[in-house]
Design a protein around this ligand. Structure first.
Ligand code: ZN
Length: 195
């Protein structure tokens, strides 16, 4: 089922999300809904708070982004076939040089900004079958994970830009809160009932 995506300004996007247990009700359905919602909005990642649930889950599938002409051949290869569910993720290490990339977010439509992040991460998490994993990622995969991980910590990419840039996008953010943004997927806005 495709769910409305929560827009910037909704308090659920600012919560440090809770871990879940293996008995979490309807986990399979929750994950299916999250993937459906992400694909419908042409996103490469989606975190549970973005569908209004403050739990530590995010899903990623970078395949649809892998043929982007803005990417190098190597980056395209890296993104091909990467699909992973992250439950109760815990970032163990972020290292390497910081590099910038133009990020966007399904909760913040029509806003894109360059964000600096470390190039390499070590993260532990449970997969959809509750198998515990510890993995090292770098490059764009690391970046997508860092963006989604921030969501379950109540952080948005717009928190990571300069004060000047924050000022420049203030109006756009207010429009999103007021429900004036018109992406081609369903959203739930902070100051307005869903359309
Ligand atoms: Zn996001």
């Amino acid at each position: 089922m495709i769910l409305p995506i929560v827009g910037y300004g909704d308090p659920v996007l600012r919560i440090i999300c809770d871990e879940i247990s293996i008995e979490y009700p309807n986990l399979k359905e929750v994950l299916t809904n999250m993937y459906d919602t992400m694909y419908n909005a042409y996103g490469v990642g989606l975190a549970a708070p973005q569908v209004g649930v403050a739990i530590r889950i995010f899903v990623i599938d970078t395949e649809p982004f892998s043929d982007s002409e803005d990417l190098t051949k190597e980056e395209q290869e890296q993104l091909k076939g990467f699909k992973q569910t992250f439950i109760n993720a815990n970032m163990l290490k972020e290292e390497g040089e910081e590099w910038s990339f133009n990020e966007g977010c399904l909760s913040i439509p029509d806003v894109r900004e360059d964000v600096y992040r470390n190039e390499k991460i070590t993260i532990e998490y449970y997969d959809e079958n509750f198998n515990k994993k510890t993995e090292v990622y770098d490059g764009l995969i690391a970046r997508v994970i860092q963006h989604e991980y921030d969501h379950i910590e109540g952080i948005l990419f717009t928190d990571k830009i300069s004060t000047l840039k924050k000022t420049l996008i203030k109006k756009k953010l207010q429009n999103i809160m007021d429900g004036k943004a018109k992406p081609d997927y369903r959203m739930r806005f902070a100051n307005k009932k869903g359309r």
